[in-house]
Design a protein. Structure first.
Length: 572
């Protein structure tokens, strides 16, 4: 019967979690088969613990339990007389006691010595199920121990001598840096920090060194939150590990570097953009997480008001012209453009994009990554794109007069051009192009619409509650807002486990769509100020960013404070 059981490495190969080349490397290192090879792969960051657990579960046909499957209350080990140290050492967690049968979750279900020992000591039948080590240890500590976190345990398991070695700051020796970053505890730490960020849907991870500590922050729904961080002595080891993953020069600490990482978390591939910059206390490292599974490429799900969505879909369907999307970094501009391209993508249209960087790959769309170091800039790339006979062109960002001029010429010669600029509102895009030296008659002829947008946090649906707005609070809100809201009861989030106690979970867009029809066209020709253009657009029915925001407050989607937070510069 044992002959029919596939080895762990065979299962990992079959599931494409490791390659033949990786397996040969392991064999040259004389890593033995079974649980040892799996543990080595996890420790070295080749696979994650969840992948290994799934493989072992399939290999042995044993049920697999995750943390969410554990009972709400612990099995009383005091009555069983099992020491906590014994359970931690052998990585087993009692999950159910039913008369004379004890069910335990184990990392290694083939640890027959521990299983037999428990049977003899307790006099129970023991049923084994499989569970990830992280879940078992965290639950043991939470139920029976001091509550020490998994990060504290990883660091705590390092000896003082090892910590001293890892904290070395003077050496520029590449081999030493590689050795330092290849230590199993360092790999575990970095993998833990990344997997936690993916689990709670953070968009960025910030590693910030200061004089006496290393600070780690996650950006969740656009807001930074402090997270648990290891000792400062590990900062060089952690930054070196990230550089190795991103294939950057680990010996270069004086200049900024940029790279990319592909990392497998919970069975899915995650892309990350890496940026490092030197600071007085060490290198600041930021990882931007690009999780394709979380990107929304459906215009109807981005938060557009129904009337604005209809107008926007009409604009992007035009055969030629220029559509600009404006807003600060992180306001969802690229996602809106990708969703637009996704809607227009068909076999009868040729679509070409030029981006820096390409955040998500779109099937059927020709995407170009700018490389200024070899002369491939937005402007030079755009010139070549026009010769490719495209129907639709997307320029990641208009940063200079040359790119703006070529994009407008393309829009005037039969192409639909999408791009972004950094301005506070929709009318401000006209001023921005004017500042770049673009003639107003060209703008008036090329522009078909400008969309300004922001992302606001949504109130968590799991802890959402209706609250009375106090008299004092209502007095603080201007009369115009009260007229828009026309409510005395608003929603807010209490904070729960699902939203990390913030009261918010997920984000939605608020939009201001300026349609360049005849009257706006004439005002652009006359070089009218953006303030007057915006006033005119409002009189013609344009909803401002705040106007859309207040409607979402009224609908219970977001809060008043959130609208103020993202539209500080915006007038009502």
């Amino acid at each position: 019967m044992n002959n029919k059981i596939e080895s762990i490495e065979q299962i990992l190969l079959k599931e494409k979690m490791i390659s033949e080349k990786m397996l040969r490397e392991l064999q040259t290192k004389k890593i033995t088969s079974g649980n040892h090879i799996g543990k080595y792969l996890v420790d070295m960051g080749f696979i994650n613990e969840e992948d290994l657990t799934k493989a072992i579960s399939k290999q042995l046909n044993i049920a697999c339990l995750k943390k969410k499957d554990y009972p709400k209350s612990p099995v009383p080990i005091e009555d069983l007389n099992i020491p906590l140290n014994y359970l931690i050492e052998h990585k087993c967690l009692p999950v159910k006691l039913d008369k004379d049968k004890l069910t335990i979750a184990m990392v290694d279900p083939l640890d027959f010595y521990t299983i037999d020992n428990l049977k003899l000591t307790l006099g129970f039948n023991v049923e084994v199920c499989l569970s990830p080590e992280k879940d078992i240890i965290e639950t043991l500590e939470h139920w029976y121990g001091s509550g020490a976190s998994i990060m504290e345990r990883i660091v705590g398991n390092m000896g003082e001598e090892e910590l001293e070695l890892l904290s070395s700051t003077d050496s520029d020796d590449v081999e030493h840096l590689k050795d330092m970053a290849s230590e199993a505890p360092v790999i575990k730490l970095v993998n833990l920090i990344i997997s936690r960020a993916v689990e709670i849907e953070a968009s960025d991870i910030h590693f910030e060194p200061f004089e006496n500590d290393l600070r780690i922050r996650y950006r969740i729904d656009g807001v930074l939150h402090d997270m648990e961080a290891p000792t400062k002595r590990l900062q060089n080891a952690i930054s070196s590990r990230i550089k190795i993953m991103a294939k950057l020069n680990i010996a270069e600490r004086r200049l900024p570097q940029d790279g990319r990482i592909k990392h497998r978390v919970s069975g899915k591939e995650i892309d990350m953009r890496v940026s490092t910059i030197p600071t007085i206390y060490g290198e600041s490292v930021v990882l931007r997480i690009l999780d394709r599974g979380n990107v929304v490429l459906d215009l109807t799900k981005l938060g557009f008001p129904a009337n604005s969505l209809k107008i926007f879909e009409n604009i992007i369907s035009k055969p030629y012209g220029m559509l600009l999307v404006t807003g600060p970094t992180g306001s969802g501009k690229t996602t809106t453009l990708y969703a637009s391209l996704n809607k227009l993508n068909s076999s009868d249209k040729k679509i070409i994009t030029i981006e820096d960087p390409i955040e998500y790959q779109l099937h059927g769309v020709n995407q170009i990554h700018v490389k200024p170091q070899i002369g491939l800039t937005f402007s030079s790339g755009l010139r070549s794109i026009v010769r490719q006979d495209p129907d639709i062109i997307m320029v990641g960002e208009i940063r200079d007069a040359e790119t703006a001029d070529i994009a407008i010429q393309a829009a005037l010669t039969g192409h639909m051009v999408f791009s972004t600029v950094h301005t506070n509102d929709s009318a401000g895009a006209i001023t921005r192009l004017s500042d770049m030296g673009i003639e107003h008659y060209l703008m008036a002829s090329a522009l078909v619409g400008v969309l300004a947008q922001r992302l606001v946090r949504k109130i968590c649906s799991h802890c959402k509650k209706l609250v009375k707005v106090g008299k004092k609070s209502m007095e603080e809100i201007s009369s115009e807002i009260k007229d828009i809201l026309d409510v005395n009861d608003l929603y807010e989030g209490e904070g729960c486990e699902k939203c990390n106690r913030t009261g918010y979970r997920g984000r939605v867009g608020i939009y201001e769509l300026l349609l360049v029809h005849e009257e706006i066209h004439d005002m652009i020709l006359k070089k009218t100020s953006s303030v007057h253009i915006k006033e005119k657009a409002r009189s013609l029915g344009m909803t401002t960013l705040r106007g859309d925001g207040w409607q979402k407050v009224k609908d219970g989607v977001t809060s008043v404070s959130e609208i103020y937070r993202v539209t500080l510069e915006e007038g009502i």
